[in-house]
Design a protein around this ligand. Structure first.
Ligand code: FMN
Length: 191
C-alpha cells in the first residue's frame, strides 16, 4: 500500500486532553495524513502509546535516538496539542531538554507550519511569562490557537470538564489551510 504523501507530526504534552489524543490521530489518518506522535516524557502517562502506534504504524517517540540510529522524518506540518504552560514557556525560551522541545526548536527554525492548541488555565495564561511566550512564538511564525479562535483558557480546577470538547479539529483545519496556502503560492511559506 502506498504511504500518504503528506506527513503530520503531533506533539502531545502532559495536560488532560492528552488522554484523548487518539481522536486527533484518527481524524488526521481519516483525512489522508501519515501521522507520527511525539510525547513529552510526562505525557506518556496520559495515553496508551501502543494504541497510537497500532493506529499510525509509527513509533511514539519521547526520547532522542541513539547516535547512528535513523532520525525522524521532517514533516509537512506539526500540531502541538494539548500544549502545556511548561512546554510553551520552555519552547519560547529556546530550552531543548526533552525530545519534543528539541523537535519544536528545530522545526520552528525550519519554518515548518506549526499550529498549537494550548490547554492552560486562566491563572497560568494570565501570567506575564506565558503572555510573553505566546507573543514571542507568534513573532516566529507559530500559529497559536489561544483565545476566541481556539482553546480558551479555563478557570483553574475545571479542565477535566473540557476534555471531551477539546477542539482537535481546529488544529487540523488550520494546518490544512496553511499547507493549502503553501501549495497555492509560487514562493510558498518555507524559505
Ligand atoms: C492530571 C494532570 C493534569 C494536568 N493538566 C495540565 C493542564 O491542563 N495544563 C498544563 O499546562 N499543565 C497541566 N498539568 C501539569 C503538567 O503535566 C506539568 O507542568 C508537566 O511538567 C508538563 O510537562 P510537559 O510540558 O513536558 O508535558 C497537569 C498535570 C497532571 C498530573
Amino acid at each position: 500500500m502506498n504511504r500518504p504523501d503528506r506527513a503530520l507530526t503531533v506533539i502531545t504534552c502532559a495536560a488532560g486532553p492528552a488522554t484523548a489524543v487518539g481522536k486527533l490521530v484518527s481524524l488526521a489518518l481519516g483525512r489522508g495524513w501519515e501521522v507520527q506522535l511525539i510525547a513529552t516524557p510526562s505525557a506518556l502517562a496520559f495515553f496508551d502509546p501502543a494504541e497510537i502506534e497500532r493506529a499510525t504504524g509509527n513509533p511514539v517517540r519521547s526520547q532522542y535516538s541513539k547516535p547512528g540510529e535513523p532520525r525522524s522524518l521532517i514533516p509537512d506540518a506539526l500540531i502541538v496539542a494539548p500544549a502545556t504552560y511548561n512546554t510553551i514557556n520552555k519552547w519560547a525560551q529556546g530550552i531543548s531538554d526533552t525530545y519534543a522541545l528539541g523537535v519544536l526548536a528545530e522545526l520552528t527554525g525550519m519554518s515548518v507550519p506549526i499550529v498549537v492548541l494550548p490547554f492552560v488555565n486562566s491563572a497560568l495564561a494570565n501570567r506575564k511569562p506565558y503572555r510573553r511566550s505566546v507573543e514571542s512564538l507568534r513573532a516566529e511564525g507559530v500559529w497559536i490557537m489561544y483565545g476566541p479562535e481556539g482553546a480558551q483558557p479555563h478557570p483553574p480546577r475545571t479542565g477535566g470538564d473540557l476534555i471531551a470538547t477539546f477542539p482537535w479539529h481546529l488544529g487540523l483545519d488550520e494546518v490544512e489551510r496553511m499547507i493549502g496556502k503553501q501549495e497555492g503560492s509560487p514562493e510558498g511559506l518555507r524559505p
